[in-house]
Ligand binder design. Structure first.
Ligand code: DLZ
Length: 160
């Protein structure tokens, strides 16, 4: 396993691998759909920009972020998928739902990643307000979808 990893000192995050031979699963939560659609478009475009082929990008939707880990597990367990990118938006409200969802999703995605030895990317915005989520999904603070796609390619670059 260790020998399969590139020496980290050789690793340069500016130089992403050509992703043309890689297969990606995108999982997109439908809560706050306007925002998750924007994350998804940005992730998709970023994968394409780095060489991924449209037919190798498989988009799936789930009802809410809480469902991301199970869908990620379906995809990560498949020999047809090299990396999974999970996208969602959890906005703080009057109750503690955001805490429960965020922790469950973060832990669930990490477990799937380690179990299947594949990148499973946490592309979930965990904000206090809708405005903060908008700013991070194509507004003043960039787009988390881009970051998530880049993270997937970076991880594949030293696993390959
Ligand atoms: C129930 C719920 C709430 C209150 N808020 C969000 C949210 O901000 N973002 C999100 O992605 N999902 C939310 N959900 C839905 C849960 O993730 C989940 O889909 C349901 O609890 C069903 O398991």
């Amino acid at each position: 396993m260790a020998s399969a990893l590139k020496n980290l000192s050789e690793y340069n995050s500016e130089k992403l691998i050509d992703a043309s031979g890689k297969r990606f699963g995108l999982v997109v939560a439908e809560w706050n759909k306007e925002i998750t659609d924007s994350l998804c478009r940005a992730a998709y475009d970023t994968l394409i920009k780095h060489g991924a082929l449209p037919q190798n990008i498989h988009r799936n939707t789930v009802p809410g972020s809480y469902e991301l880990p199970l869908a990620a597990q379906y995809l990560a367990s498949s020999n047809e998928i090299d990396a999974v990118i999970c996208l969602g938006v959890v906005i703080k409200g009057e109750t503690k739902h955001d805490d429960y969802i965020n922790h469950a999703v973060a832990q669930g995605l990490m477990q799937v990643s380690l179990r299947f030895n594949k990148p499973v990317i946490f592309g979930v915005l965990t904000t206090n307000t809708l405005e903060q989520a908008q700013a991070r999904s194509g507004g003043n603070y960039g787009n988390k979808g881009v970051e998530a796609a880049v993270a997937a390619i970076q991880m594949l670059s030293f696993i390959q």
